[in-house]
Design a protein around this ligand. Structure first.
Ligand SMILES: [Zn+2]
Length: 293
């Protein structure tokens, strides 16, 4: 693991730290000794929330090799008994989630661009390619994913060693940025894959552990109180809660995602929040369309 002293999104050193731990599941998957020097960080400049230290590429590879396969499920259930084989099967394969995610992508594209001009699509980190909208099924479709799972019929798998396709009209990067240790590196890679006219579609969960359901004055007051690390640490202790580093390492909101993209050579065209059904609830997601500046 690698400790960081600055925001992994905007590079600011204005950070506020809260007590956190490493989840036993993550520790076992990645062969780490549970450690106390884990902190949950809020960047005071862009608002990004993230864990420190960060997993190295080798550790990330251990976590995502055969993602949600047999070892993943059994290690996870050992530490999180509710994560049964049935639950594992459901996560990522829920028909309603898949349908609405595909519909969301297509509606964002249709509302903001000429979808007929999209001929070549790459889903970066797109599993088997199942998240590409059905209305785009007659386009040339590529998927790059480190898990090595086979792609769906009609979708070409990209081998990074042999090079990525060029002349891409749309590059998707969905539910990836929250998992990676150094999101700027992924963004640089994505930037290099597109040209001037390439559209980029980013999608990620809006699931901050500091999210408050409060409204109005109570929300404002809570926001002020959570500026104090001491308040948050004591409040968490009283509630028997702790920030626990798991698969998600970064928690973007619209502001921090915009700042992150704009600082790293992208111009944001649209950014919005919506919901999709996830394991029986409606979970919030952030969708964003951007182009290279
Ligand atoms: Zn920041």
């Amino acid at each position: 693991m690698r400790e960081v002293q600055e925001c992994v999104g905007c590079g600011s050193k204005r950070l506020r730290s809260y007590k956190a731990n490493l989840s036993p599941f993550l520790a076992e998957m990645v062969h780490l000794v549970p450690r106390s020097r884990v902190r949950f960080v809020r960047c005071r400049s862009c608002g990004l929330l993230f864990y420190d230290p960060r997993m190295t590429d080798e550790e990330i590879a251990l976590l995502y090799e055969d993602y949600r396969g047999k070892r993943y499920q059994s290690v996870r259930q050992k530490h999180e008994p509710w994560y049964t084989p049935e639950m594992n099967e459901c996560v990522g394969n829920d028909a309603d989630t898949l349908r609405e995610r595909k519909e969301t992508l297509f509606s964002v594209l249709a509302e903001n661009t000429d979808v007929n001009a999209i001929h070549r699509i790459l889903d970066y980190g797109g599993d088997q390619g199942q998240f590409i909208s059905d209305q785009l099924a007659d386009r040339e479709r590529f998927v790059y994913d480190i898990s090595g799972v086979p792609t769906l019929p009609g979708i070409k798998s990209v081998d990074a060693a042999q090079g990525f396709p060029n002349d891409l009209d749309l590059i998707m990067c969905c539910h990836v940025l929250e998992h990676v240790s150094f999101p700027k590196e992924i963004l640089e890679r994505l930037r290099a894959l597109g040209n001037e006219g390439t559209l980029y579609y980013f999608e990620l969960p809006f699931d901050s552990p500091m999210k408050s359901r409060r409204t109005g004055l109570s929300k404002k007051l809570f926001g002020i109180l959570t500026r104090s690390s001491t308040f948050v640490n004591v409040n968490n202790k009283m509630r028997g809660f702790s920030f626990s580093m798991h698969e998600h390492q970064n928690y973007f909101d619209e502001a921090s995602l915009r700042e992150f993209l704009e600082r790293n050579g992208f111009g944001v065209q649209v950014i919005k929040r919506t919901t999709v059904p996830t394991l029986g609830i409606r979970a919030e997601i952030i969708c964003c369309l951007a182009k290279k500046k």
